[in-house]
Design a binder for this molecule. Structure first.
Ligand SMILES: [Zn+2]
Length: 262
């Protein structure tokens, strides 16, 4: 028995995912059940079955998270991804922006509460975790009073000359949530925290507290009143963590530092 982090009751805990298992299944189904990991540091490229599980929630709460957040968001990204691969970046995907943002917050809250090494970059302060939890527990319609969220679609402009990543390959990339501090406003007085997370080709940014409207009017920001979501294209080399990983992955592969079958 242990304390469930959501209902705070003393119960048997399940092995919970932060990034929903459904996202890993979308990828591994295309790769015969395999996931490729590009580790930081000297370790070789390898296949993994680590999908970031950790004891977090009781069975009842796990079921609530699955129904309320995970199943809808996995299906949404799966369909949105298909539409973009088929019709390009102009796709407007019909989905509730409130539900999308709240589900993303539920993922990063779980990530920052787990002890699984996959989420080593998701560490935030206790008071910040409390803010995330209050968004998960609050009414969906009030999510955008407490945070801002943007979603962009990663692409590679060299894909057409056969050397870059195609959109089908991009949709097989997941980066666990990455937490950082932010400052804005006159003389940077407003302090907040933010997360990036890359889910099957969609780069999501979440900012707490919500950004002033002048900042959150930009491309890709979700608007609570607009249920046609648009993920503008964003070149992967512009996003430093992904660029570093792509370069590390390529150099490990090129130098033979890899346990993957040739
Ligand atoms: Zn519980």
């Amino acid at each position: 028995m242990a304390i469930c982090l959501y209902c705070t009751e003393d119960k048997d805990l399940c092995q919970s995912h932060a990034v929903p298992d459904g996202f890993f299944k979308l990828i591994s189904r295309k790769n015969n059940g395999k996931l490729i990991t590009i580790p930081e540091g000297p370790n070789a490229l390898h296949l993994t079955q680590n999908t970031g599980k950790s004891s977090l929630l009781c069975e009842q709460c796990e079921a609530i998270f699955n129904t309320r957040f995970d199943a809808p968001i996995v299906n949404a990204f799966k369909d949105w991804d298909k539409q973009i691969i088929h019709d390009g970046f102009s796709v407007r995907y019909e989905f509730s922006p409130n539900q999308m943002a709240q589900a993303l917050v539920s993922i990063i809250w779980r990530a920052c509460e787990t002890h699984n090494v996959m989420y080593n970059n998701s560490k935030i302060r206790k008071s910040e975790k409390t803010q995330l939890l209050s968004i998960i527990k609050s009414n969906q319609d009030s999510v955008f009073e407490k945070c801002s969220c943007s979603i962009r679609r990663i692409y590679d402009y060299t894909e057409n000359n056969n050397s870059g990543f195609s959109q089908k390959e991009v949709s097989q990339i997941i980066l666990p949530p990455f937490a950082y501090q932010t400052k804005w406003g006159k003389s940077k007085k407003v302090k907040g925290f933010a997360f990036d997370i890359l889910l099957v080709g969609f780069l999501c940014h979440l900012f707490f507290p919500k950004l002033p409207s002048i900042k959150s009017n930009g491309a890709g920001f979700l608007n609570p009143k607009n249920h046609k979501l648009h993920a503008p294209p964003y070149h992967f080399m512009q996003y430093e963590p992904l660029r570093k990983i792509a370069i590390a992955g390529y150099s490990k592969h090129a130098s033979g530092n890899s346990k993957l079958k040739k």
